[in-house]
Design a protein around this ligand. Sequence first.
Ligand code: NDP
Length: 284
Amino acid sequence: MTARIIDGKAVAEALRAGLAARIARLNFRPGLRVVRVGDDPASGVYVRNKDRAAAAAGFDSATIQLPAETRESDLLMLIADLNIDPAVDGILVQLPLPPQIRPDMVIAAIDPEKDVDGFHPVNAGRLATQQPGLVPCTPKGVMHLLRAAGTALAGARAVVLGRSQIVGRPMLQLLLAADCTVTVVHSRTRDLPAECRRAEILVAAVGRAELVRGDWIAAGATIIDVGINRDAAGKLVGDVAFAEALPHAGAITPVPGGVGPMTIACLLENTLEAALARRGVAEA
Ligand code: NDP
């Protein structure tokens, strides 16, 4: 038996088409502003893809490019302006930021109702206390993929590899809310392979090329690989040794073409949700 491949590109395309159809029925265009400080080349591709996807789905989207030497106080002033701009529904400040700017200060300055990255402590708190709010895009995308793959969630043993603020922790909350039995493992976990072998659902978000080996995977498990790494030959690989995993897993996401495309689609979904909530619009 070889694992079914979960096609993130197709799931993301369907999600974006659904958003475009919903926006076409509105009498306004949800506004998204992406703020970029400096020109980190990796985030450049990402920002351009965001702009293209946003425009194609009918969003009013723009990127505000600031010089690398921008002062923190100037960035905070820009965010204050975007917070009160009625045409802006979503604000995203592209990370990483240059060293003179503290990311925590910037995230905390964004109006939580416009925080489409879902990183503001208010939104993290809402997620942890089961209140409606904006949810971080990557873990939200993972939930879409699990549902699209038809994975049974209620009662399933899920293991999340990694405990970061942007992936691991919100992933724990979302899987818990979907009634999974969740274990979170990290760099201090004693026996990583043994913990992973218990997983019916394994979400890997560690940033270590092919850390998860084939014999860490229980027969038939659903594997979601969030990792984006380069191997020794410079090839893009995930946190899971894909070829080794295939004969063990029931379903698996590839890298690239798995979780990656979902992140932008979920950013757009968050922007639409923020717009509807903030403007008090109920969809027909
Ligand atoms: P972080 O570096 O913030 O967190 C990594 C986590 O993995 C930490 O909790 C760390 O443990 C744990 N970890 C690291 N090494 C090991 C190890 N050898 N054994 C066990 N646990 C380990 O990363 P992110 O969460 O930001 O990102 C994770 C990966 O996902 C990266 O490859 C990143 O590029 C990718 N990513 C992909 C996205 C997408 O759109 N597809 C979006 C966001 C991220 P500890 O806490 O103990 O240090």
